[in-house]
Design a protein around this ligand. Structure first.
Ligand code: DX5
Ligand code: ZN
Length: 225
């Protein structure tokens, strides 16, 4: 399967955001991961729709928006208008009977709907939604902050999610997010992850070199598997 690198802008230098975007783009980034936090669903506030709209105007890269907000349903239209391509929501950020409706509403706009699993959520939680989602995001740290350490129990959750999609005859993307570095990325690739989010591993240091190192590694990995 194709492996993709999604640098997370949360770790970028916001005073030079355009440059940070373009350097990742030139180095072969496949998409840009945008973390939206509302200080309610997670104990942190990041950036919102005006910033995403500006980013979408300066790059052809798909924007992968990770909604760490309560009631994500109410932001779907504004996300589409801001240029998002993938919208990832946490099912525990809404009432259980709203999950299907929210996924459908995202898809109705033409965007890709993805569900995120916090570290405490077992992979089976996505079971009722497997045929409807374009991607699952397995959180490999607690959502809310960049720069945390990969939680080792995540590896089994990634493998379980992969098994679940395979059982359905699907090769749905599995995105992993949190604490992924060059020295542990093979663990998540071997478990079945296909979209790799990297914040501090890309943006603390040379953005171009770091993004390119991931992209080159993924080409080698694809060729060997
Ligand atoms: C954390 C965010 C992540 C974060 C990852 O809640 O969802 O996308 O930017 O950052 P690193 O790669 O530094 O763990
Ligand atoms: Zn994220």
């Amino acid at each position: 399967m194709k492996i993709r690198i999604a640098p997370s802008l949360l770790a970028a230098d916001f005073t030079r955001l355009a440059e940070e975007v373009h350097r990742a783009e030139r180095a072969g980034a496949d998409m840009l991961h945008c973390d939206v936090m509302d200080g309610v669903y997670v104990p942190n506030i990041s950036f919102g729709f005006p910033v995403i709209r500006q980013i979408s105007k300066i790059t052809p890269l798909p924007l992968d928006v990770h909604m760490m907000t309560s009631c994500p349903r109410k932001y779907i239209d504004v996300l589409r208008d801001a240029g998002a391509l993938i919208v990832t929501v946490h099912s525990d950020a809404m009432a259980p009977d709203e999950v299907k409706e929210t996924i459908r509403a995202i898809r109705d706009t033409g965007m890709v709907a993805a569900l995120a699993l916090r570290p405490a959520c077992p992979a089976e939680e996505i079971l009722p939604y497997v045929p409807d989602i374009g991607m699952v995001l397995v959180m490999t740290v607690e959502p809310g902050f960049g720069g945390q350490k990969y939680i080792p129990a995540s590896t089994r959750r990634i493998a379980e999610a992969r098994r679940m999609f395979t059982d359905y005859g699907l090769d749905t993307d599995i995105e992993v997010d949190g604490g992924i570095k060059r020295d542990n990325v093979d663990i998540v690739l071997n478990a079945g992850a296909t979209v790799i989010v990297a914040g501090s591993a890309v943006y603390s240091g040379d953005v171009y070199e770091n993004t390119k190192a991931f992209a080159d590694h993924f080409k080698e990995w694809e060729a060997a598997h």
